[in-house]
Design a protein around this ligand. Structure first.
Ligand SMILES: C[S@@+](CC[C@H](N)C(=O)[O-])C[C@H]1O[C@@H](n2cnc3c(N)ncnc32)[C@H](O)[C@@H]1O
Length: 218
């Protein structure tokens, strides 16, 4: 799958939710398949073997993670700001006979019920940083007691390398931004950089993941 430097909202980073939606819709419309079509390795590594429950896939894109989760017994809500991506994802789900709740919304605008997911997964979600940390708070608030928050992003290039792609990494929510907002009702289980091996799709050039996994107290 993914990701950021070559696909993320770039140069003049949009702030208005409609502009963000338009940008991502255009990006998806410009490719038959933007990402690899395979579930993200970190998602699989972290959730394989866990008892399935309610999971929120934030920025689900073309749905490879959501469909893998549904196939493994999870009750999946998959949210994305791009209707083009969701159409593609739901068509694949229908073809596979898999049930997923596809939700067209920006994370901060979705008004998710607090504590309503056993796992919240955000895999390279490209969420804009805002002064009120709306995205970070929405991710954290959606996790149920004893639930898990899994945030994965690329290990970002230098500011100079990113600028060469017209991308400003400081404009986007990182796993560290989320970790910084976890209070003492959370345990950070994993906070590390891992090698990443993806050979197809627009994110194939990224070779490292930043992985945050945290659990809310029961
Ligand atoms: C880099 S892609 C990652 C897609 C998918 N998670 C994957 O790993 O292939 C980022 C996704 O986040 C979505 N996105 C961007 N801003 C969003 C927001 N505020 N709320 C929900 N989704 C958003 C984009 O439409 C895009 O599908």
């Amino acid at each position: 799958m993914d990701h950021t430097s070559d696909h993320t909202p770039a140069v003049h980073t949009p702030r208005d939710p409609r502009d963000i939606q338009d940008l991502w819709d255009q990006r998806y419309a410009g490719a038959e398949n933007l990402w690899s079509g395979q579930p993200n390795a970190t998602l699989v590594a972290e959730l394989e073997g866990m008892r399935p429950g309610r999971i929120l896939d934030v920025g689900c894109g073309e749905g490879a993670d959501a469909l893998w989760l549904a196939a493994h017994g999870w009750d999946v809500t998959a949210l994305d700001v791009s209707q083009v991506a969701l159409n593609r994802a739901s068509e694949r789900g229908d073809a596979l006979g898999l049930q997923v709740r596809w939700l067209h919304a920006g994370l901060a605008e979705a008004e998710l019920a607090p504590g309503s997911f056993d796992v919240v997964s955000a895999q390279y979600p490209a969420l804009l940083r805002t002064d009120d940390a709306a995205a970070e708070r929405a991710l954290i608030d959606a996790v149920a007691p004893n639930g898990v928050l899994l945030v994965v992003h690329h290990s970002l290039p230098s500011v100079e390398q990113a600028a060469a792609h017209g991308f400003h990494p400081e404009g986007y929510v990182s796993p560290a931004d989320v970790a910084a907002r976890l209070d003492d009702s959370w345990t950070v289980e994993i906070d590390e950089i891992r090698p990443r091996h993806v050979s197809t799709g627009a994110g194939a050039h990224h070779t490292e993941d930043v992985v945050l996994r945290a659990r809310r107290q029961p």
